[in-house]
Design a protein around this ligand. Sequence first.
Ligand code: IMP
Length: 427
Amino acid sequence: MGKRVVVIGSQWGDEGKGKITDFLASKADVVVRSQGGNNAGHTITFDNKKFALHLVPSGVFNPNIINIMASGMVINPVALFEELNILNKQGINNYRLYISNRAHIVMPYHLDLDELYEELKGEEAVGTTKKGIGPAYMDKVARIGIRVADIIDSNTLLQKIRNNLIFTNMILKANNKKTYSEEILYDEFVKIGKQIEPFVIDTSILLEELIHEGKNILFEGAQGTMLCIDHGTYPFVTSSSPTAASIPLNCGITGNYITDVLGVTKAYTTRVGEGVFPTEFEDETSKKIRITGNEFGTTTRRPRRIGWLDLVVLKHVKRVNGLNGLSIMLLDVLSGIEELKICTSYELNGKTIDYIPANYDEYKKCIPNYINLKGWKEDISKVKSFEELPINCQKYLTTIEEILDIKITVFSVGPDREQTVTLKNIF
Ligand code: IMP
């Protein structure tokens, strides 16, 4: 029987899930993206080439792998075909890709609304990627969304666009923004519907079949648990749930099928966009981490905020997802830092706590308590085993394992596929 492994971002996104997914994908038969849209950005490096994925699952580099974009996603088809074109130019054109007929479409007006809502929020803006993700999910929940199945049925599409524009145009008009013509959108999306149709299928049925055939399936997470709409730092979160619990719902399968949940974390912490970040710091060391770790957003190129590793966050993420293994990424970036800090609890109103307060304003007041660990000077980018790591680096990893009571299954010492050390086989 195959395994069904979920890869989960364990911080605020950008943990290096793309690299781990790509690494595991070489052993998987199927790779599934289940939520989010092109707000995600995975950088994958191999053979000295860099590939940026936003929508397409990481199995596209291997022609034998089945790639699925499941029903919980919001898909901007224009961005999708742009991404496929770029991949094509990079020589990636032999892939198997299936798109759920139930996934929602990010329409052009969702980008305008994303911009507008951020503008209206002013100081309280989330710092979204402005890719229209939030507004697309808002329409989904408001039951005025357009789904993939809708754009391939030209008989009913016009009515669906009309139903949506009653609301969308009203909002745009009230804010002196350009409104949309139903006919122009209809013509555009009938064409897009024809383009996307060859990829479209009921992916819930497909997944059930693949599971019964005993395939190894990798569910690749986008964003991170701290950006989860339910369990993240609300309201500074994305509009879907990037947790293991969301996989069954977003894919149309039962949760009983999940065999492993692998958390992915950086050896430190980063965040893009606004929102609370207790271990954030800005000094020469954070600048060095930003440069060495190339900490600039894949999607928006924004410089990422830098902080020390936060085990209160990881404890929360372990519980919410039921993590049974941890991948530590970008460990090499910490080489050459004299003293490393790991946050183990917070001080809140004179009390020591080791959980994330639900109240955002309380979380903002939390002051991290750190333990200090000695750093290492050695270059570890060519290390192939745990034993080859400098002793202080080994200690850094075992401290994380002990405090969190979790096994580190993989650690990564550089961007290339080869710079990945596996401590426990996942597939
Ligand atoms: P949205 O998902 O574009 O609505 O943005 C909401 C928040 O999630 C912002 O803080 C974004 O920077 C953040 N975000 C969304 N996707 C990602 C991602 O893939 N990596 C890191 N942060 C993300």
